[in-house]
Design a protein around this ligand. Structure first.
Ligand SMILES: [Zn+2]
Length: 94
């Protein structure tokens, strides 16, 4: 009766790991940087874990990596593959 499980509400997909997460738990990420204009836009979402992970790199690096990986433009499998490659490149750069 007092089922407070949040069963309604959308779920979204984390662009980095592909997990389905409740929208309320997701971090919205707009690679275009203008959150105000929502027309014709698909927002990207990150789960908390990936968000925390990604935010350890400078925002500029994240933008570049996501963009280079084709966020929002390629299908998810391709994006994830590229994203992982790019991230590994970054990690191996030292
Ligand atoms: Zn994730």
């Amino acid at each position: 009766m007092f089922g407070s499980r949040n069963s309604r509400g959308e779920s979204v997909t984390c662009i980095a790991c592909g997990e389905s997460i409740p929208r309320s738990d997701a971090r919205e990420y707009d690679k275009h940087g203008d959150r105000w204009d929502r027309r014709d836009k698909a927002f990207e979402h990150l789960c908390k874990a990936c968000f925390a992970d990604l935010c350890q790199q400078p925002r500029d690096g994240l933008e570049t990596t996501l963009d280079a990986a084709g966020a929002g433009e390629t299908d998810r499998a391709t994006f994830l593959e590229r994203f992982r490659e790019l991230s590994e490149d970054d990690a191996n750069r030292d």
